[in-house]
Each structure stands twice: as C-alpha cells, then as structure tokens.
Design a protein around this ligand. Structure first.
Ligand code: HEM
Length: 515
C-alpha cells in the first residue's frame, strides 16, 4: 500500500524545490562553471594573459572603467608578451607585424560589434558602420571632401581660428599669468574643425567665450566613456541605451540630447533647405565638409542619402576634435618636459623664421619642411597616441594567420597603438623613451610603417589630412610666436581614456619671442 507522502512525491518536484532553495549558490556555481569552461575549452586556452580575462570580459571592462586602459595594455604586454588572451575569444597583439595582418585591406577582417555601441546607433557613419560594403559606399562619397586638396582650400579659415587663439594667448604673455595650455588646444580644435570652420562653417565660440560652451566637450567625453566601456561587452547596450523600455520612462531618466549634435543636425537641415531655395549647398564661398557632402547627396540621392550626410557629418564630431586636441596636448607636454628637445625645436623654428622660410602664418608645407619638428610630432604620436582603446576586428570566417600563427574564424583580434608603439623589436630597447632623434637617425619611412596612431588599412583615419594640416600649421606657429615655460616640470598630465585619451593640466607661462 502506498504511503500518502509517496503519492505526492515526483522527481521533478524534488529538483525544482532543490533549485528554489539553493538558487543563489547554483547561480554562482553556473557562473564559475561557465568561466572555467570558457577558460579551458578553447583553442586559446594555452595563451598567457590576466586570469579574469581568460574566461570573461571582466578584466577589459574593469580596465576601461578605471580610465587608464592604454597603460594597462602596455603593462599587460610587458608582463605576458606580445600575444595575450584578452577575453574568452579575444587575443591582443602588440607587434606591428600582427597589426599589419589584422588591419590589412582585402584580408577579410571586419570591425567587431564594439563599434556599434557608438552613436548614432540607428544611423551608422564611416567609423561605426561594421558592414564592409555599406562602409565602402559611405567612404566613396566622403573621400573627396576629406582629401588634402579639399582641406587645403580651407586654410584661410583655419588661420582665422589660429589668429583668434593667438589673440587670447597674447593676453597671458602680456600679463605673465599662467594658463592651462591643454584647455586652449582643446577649444581651438573644437572651434576649428568640428562644428567649426572646416566642417560646418560655423564658429561655436569656445575660444571666444574661453570655456567649454554648453558643456559640449564634457558631454562628448561622457558619451564616449559610455561607448568605450559598454563596447567591451556590447550586449549590455541592449539593456541600456537600446533598451526599448527607455523611451517610455520619465524624461529625467533619459540623458539630454547632446547640444552639439542637435546643432550639427540643425545645420544639415538649414543647408538642405538652402540647396532647394538657392541651389547652393555652401554657407558662403567655401567648400566646407558639409557642403561637399550635400553636393554628393544631390548628385546621388538614392546611393548617398540625407541620412548618410547626417551620419558622416556627425561622425566628424565624435572622431575629429578630441583626437587632434589630445595629439597637440601630448606634443607640448612631451616637448616642454624635455628641455633639450624644446630648445633644439625652438631654435630650428626661429632659424627658419630668420632665413625667411616661414610665411606670416606657417603653411602646411613649411611645417612639413622642418625636420626636427616632424621628428618631435612623430615621436609624440608614437609615445602618446590619441586613441587609448583597441582597434578590434573579427578574424575572417575560415580563420587566418596573424604574425605567422593560425587563429580560428570569428575570434576577436585587437591591437592597441600604445602597446604597438612600444614594441622593442620595432623601436629598439629605448622604445619607452621620448627621443625625437630616432626619426632623424633611422629609416623614417620604415618607422612610419610601424605607426598606428591613425589606425590602418581599410579603416585608416579619413580625417588624418585635416588633423595633419592643423597640427603642421598651428604647432610651429605657436612656437615661433611664444617661448613656453612649463610651470610644473615632470608633473604628469591628468588624463583618462574614454575612447580618446582626454588630458588636462599643462600649465605654462608664455613670453612673446623677440621680433
Ligand atoms: C590627430 C588626430 C586624429 C587621430 C589620432 C585619429 C585617429 C583615428 C584612428 C586610430 C582611427 C581608426 C580607429 C579604428 O580602426 O578603430 C580613426 C578613424 C577615423 N577617423 Fe580619425 N583621427 C584623428 C582625426 C580625425 C579627424 C579630424 C576626423 C574627421 C573630422 C577623423 C575621422 C575619422 C573617421 C571618420 C574614422 C573612421 C574611418 C573608417 O573606419 O574608415 N579623424 N581615426
């Protein structure tokens, strides 16, 4: 005869009640089990790397959250070597040979979902588009507006901003007050290119108002911090920014629109209306970036849509200004902290001036013809590249050979310019040292091939011409006009990495050079 207790018992009920009463412990066991499964059951199991990284993306996430991921990556490669397991299915490489393989054109590597976490999420631009065919199309229509030739035509307007900066810095030179040069270079970059003279023919007024107008720079940094961090674990974006519930939550729950993006879109609309009314896409007589993009759209409205114009123009906001500012800040920080370098550089520029080799406003080609200046700029871009996060690519489906070793298809392969630029095989034993002379002693062309400050291959920075134009003009122009004295020699720059390395705190005193 059955006992009543036996009548109600069933094995599934027993299992369920066990799960219910031990839910927490079971969840922890599952997470740990998954971690060890991913750590050991993987073709990457034998690679060295931080323990946490071998079975989860926590190490990467934590490193970006701390804000100094670029130095973490340098130290990581020093500790574990040039090939490091950076995630359950991700490998970080530190040798320029590996970078050449991963970033090369035509080898089938594609950008990872890391890039999809950057705005605009529903309207990708050249930087965020991960479909290579769509990317190629966007790029085809943007190459001419971004070309050196087009940028060169904007020289007059770039010089207006240079003069405005000089007017401001003169006041510090006259009064002997100190100034934070990092701020001024930041404001210059934003006025100059972003919604500024080159891209939109609009002066936003950072220099004029001597501040981060409307908190735009801080706003962009905040957004890029989110993008860079969540990009380490892209599915999180679906819980946060892409969460379909978000638009239905109260407004205080949502981040306010970025003022600068609103302005950019407004400017696109204004110009589009002008095309319809007066038949011109240009604000005045200048062929700015936006005007040229709208012209390309007018010729091929179905291929290069209005949405594409907005995306590409908006892309210039995210990609262009912090990067150029960061590079110029690093240049001054490194040069001024090396008095011998600074005095050689200053002497080269002042001698060129005396010999009549510099126009009233240093031109792009005059800047390029200053060998020691070029060495200093290259060395600054080597030691402190503006982009602190990795460039990430998926290995093509059938697998691929990277720096002589085979890896499986679909794996994430990443390279970080801070680590690549310290590879001792490529740069010698003193790779960690800021020494511009190396560019004059060695084969500069060969060294340039090992430089990844602008990325590489198919996704090589499209804005590098604009950035180089600005830097080759402004930096020698400032040094010929002022003698700089650093207020706190040796004090590290305050910096944190969002996507770019955002820097502050280079206090200087300026004195006008004798005429
Ligand atoms: C010194 C200044 C600059 C530096 C160091 C820099 C750096 C870079 C790097 C490293 C990449 C490749 C990123 C990757 O593959 O993950 C990139 C791509 C890009 N940059 Fe720049 N950049 C600079 C200036 C600019 C400017 C001024 C603009 C535009 C106004 C710009 C627009 C872009 C765009 C659209 C891409 C995506 C290219 C593609 O995927 O085909 N950049 N940049």
């Amino acid at each position: 005869m059955n006992h009543p207790e036996h009548e109600t018992y069933s094995p599934s009920y027993g299992a369920l009640s066990f799960v219910r009463s031990n839910f927490l412990i079971l969840t922890v066991c599952m997470i740990i089990g998954r971690f060890f499964y991913r750590r050991h059951v993987s073709p990457l199991a034998d690679l060295p790397g931080p323990f946490l990284a071998s079975g989860s993306r926590l190490w990467k996430f934590w490193s970006v959250l701390r804000g100094h991921t670029e130095t973490d990556k340098v130290n990581m490669h020093k500790k574990y070597g040039p090939i490091v397991r950076l995630g359950p299915d991700e490998v970080a490489f530190a040798s320029p040979n590996a970078a050449a393989d991963i970033l090369a054109v035509g080898k089938g590597y594609t950008k990872t979902d890391f890039y999809t976490c950057f705005p605009m999420i529903d309207n990708p631009d050249i930087f965020t588009e991960i479909d290579e065919n769509k990317h190629a199309k966007l790029k085809r229509y943007s190459v001419v507006p971004y070309s050196l030739n087009s940028m060169g035509k904007m020289t007059k307007y770039v010089e207006n901003v240079e003069n405005e900066l000089a007017g401001k810095l003169d006041k510090f030179a006259d009064s002997g007050r100190t100034c934070d040069l990092t701020d001024w270079l930041h404001w210059f970059s934003f006025d100059d290119q972003l919604l500024g003279e080159v891209a939109f023919s609009v002066r936003f007024g950072f220099l004029e108002k001597e501040c981060d107008v409307g908190g735009c720079i801080a706003g962009i940094d905040e957004i890029q911090f989110y993008d860079g961090l969540i990009g380490q674990v892209p599915p999180l974006d679906y819980l946060l920014r892409r969460n379909p519930i978000l638009p239905h939550l109260p407004s205080w729950f949502q981040s306010p629109p970025l003022q600068i993006a609103v302005m950019a879109i407004g400017e696109v609309m204004k110009r589009k209306a002008a095309v319809e009314q007066i038949g011109s896409a240009y604000a005045d007589d200048r062929a700015d970036l936006l005007g040229q993009l709208l012209e390309a759209h007018a010729k091929n409205p179905d291929e290069f849509t209005e949405k594409n114009v907005i995306a590409v123009a908006f892309g210039a906001i995210g990609a262009g200004s912090d990067s150029t500012a960061s590079t110029m800040q690093s240049f001054f920080y490194l040069v001024l902290n090396h008095p011998n370098v600074y005095s050689k550089l200053e002497s080269e520029i002042l001698t060129a001036e005396k010999e009549g080799k510099l126009s009233q406003m240093v031109s792009f080609s005059e800047g390029q013809a200053l060998p020691y200046f070029q060495a200093c700029l290259n060395e600054a871009m080597r030691i402190r590249p503006a982009l602190g996060l990795e460039y990430q690519r998926f290995v093509p489906k059938g697998g691929a050979t990277i720096d002589g070793k085979q890896y499986h298809g679909g794996m994430r392969a990443s390279v970080n310019a801070w680590a690549l630029h310290r590879d001792q095989n490529a740069w010698g034993k003193d790779a960690d040292v800021f020494r511009p002379e190396r560019w004059l002693e060695g084969d500069a062309k060969a060294m340039e091939r090992n430089m990844y400050q602008f990325g590489g291959g198919r996704h090589l920075c499209i804005g590098r011409n604009l950035a180089l134009l600005q830097m080759n003009k402004l930096l020698p122009q400032l040094i010929r006009r002022y003698h700089f004295e650093i207020v706190h020699p040796g004090r590290p720059l305050k910096h944190h990495t969002t996507f770019f390395v955002v820097q502050k705190g280079l206090e200087v005193r300026l004195r006008k050079q004798a005429q």
